[in-house]
Design a protein around this ligand. Structure first.
Ligand code: ARG
Length: 265
């Protein structure tokens, strides 16, 4: 069964601005609604995946977005090195948590020389790890390769600050199908995605702005924020079971379903 890491939203808030979605949202998060929205998503995920819950930390309001905690490759937990000082302290708590999970990880490694924001900027599909750069993770992640030789990395350059992490605009649904929003990428990256996947679910601007690409994939189950009925029909026709969630409070921080989760296997 797939294992997914989430973080309790007790300390979630918008208390600084590090992406365009957070502008003028400070103090506007409804904390009890956020908890309800998070619980509905996590309960639904627990029907198809094993859920690990990490405690949040006071003063680290974005820690709830575990997609940025790091990435797990071959039983090794690589802990993120954040671009913004506001999030840098999260790494210490993520490492502490991961080090207690000896049954899950052989090793926990703190990334240091490069900026890397975890699965939020790194998704694997079709034989490659796709790395987003342009706003957060550095261009040289694909050279660094986590010191692992036999895996293949491909860089995708993001060009619009509204889609600042890869997982806000790109979601592989399988090794052959990808759901994505082309205007978020530079021309070379668009071409690369076009040529690397057989089937494409192209998001409308409206769905891309609703963060429909920020979707958790567990086999045929897709968990995404509120999106259009048209997109649900398209995905249903492709045989996916679509689960939609109101994640309004997390969108105020520039995050949605995928941002709230990290795949541990
Ligand atoms: N406020 C957070 C930030 O700007 C949101 C992170 C969303 N995470 C993601 N994987 N896209 O860093």
């Amino acid at each position: 069964m797939k294992k997914i890491l989430v973080c309790d939203p007790a300390h979630f808030d918008v208390s600084y601005e590090i992406n365009p979605w957070m502008k003028n949202q400070q103090g506007l998060v409804d904390k009890s609604l956020a908890r309800i929205q998070w619980s509905l998503l996590v309960n639904a995920l627990s029907e198809v995946a094993e859920i690990e819950v990490m405690e949040g930390v006071k003063g680290l309001p974005d820690m709830v977005f575990t997609a940025n905690a790091g990435i797990v490759i071959d039983d090794i937990f690589f802990v993120s090195n954040f671009a913004h000082t506001e999030r840098q302290l999260e790494s210490k708590y993520v490492s502490k948590w991961a080090e207690t999970k000896t049954e899950l990880f052989q090793n926990v490694i703190q990334i240091s020389h490069i900026v890397f924001e975890g699965e939020g900027d790194c998704l694997s599909a079709a034989g490659s790890y796709w790395v987003g750069s342009g706003f957060r993770s550095s261009d040289n992640v694909t050279k660094f390769k986590f010191g692992i030789d036999n895996i293949f990395f491909q860089q995708l350059k993001l060009v619009d600050p509204r889609w600042y992490h890869l997982d806000t605009a790109f979601c592989p649904l399988s090794d052959s199908t990808v759901m994505w929003y082309p205007p978020a990428f530079c021309d070379a990256s668009k071409l690369n995605i076009q040529n690397s996947f057989q089937n494409h679910v192209i998001l409308s601007e409206e769905d891309a702005l609703a963060f429909a690409a920020n979707c958790v994939v567990v086999e045929q189950n897709l968990f995404l924020p509120n999106c259009s009925d048209e997109l649900v029909s398209t995905l249903t026709r492709l045989d996916y079971d679509v689960h939609r969630f109101d994640l309004s409070e997390f969108l105020k921080a520039g995050g949605a379903a995928k941002c709230l989760t990290l795949y541990l296997n």
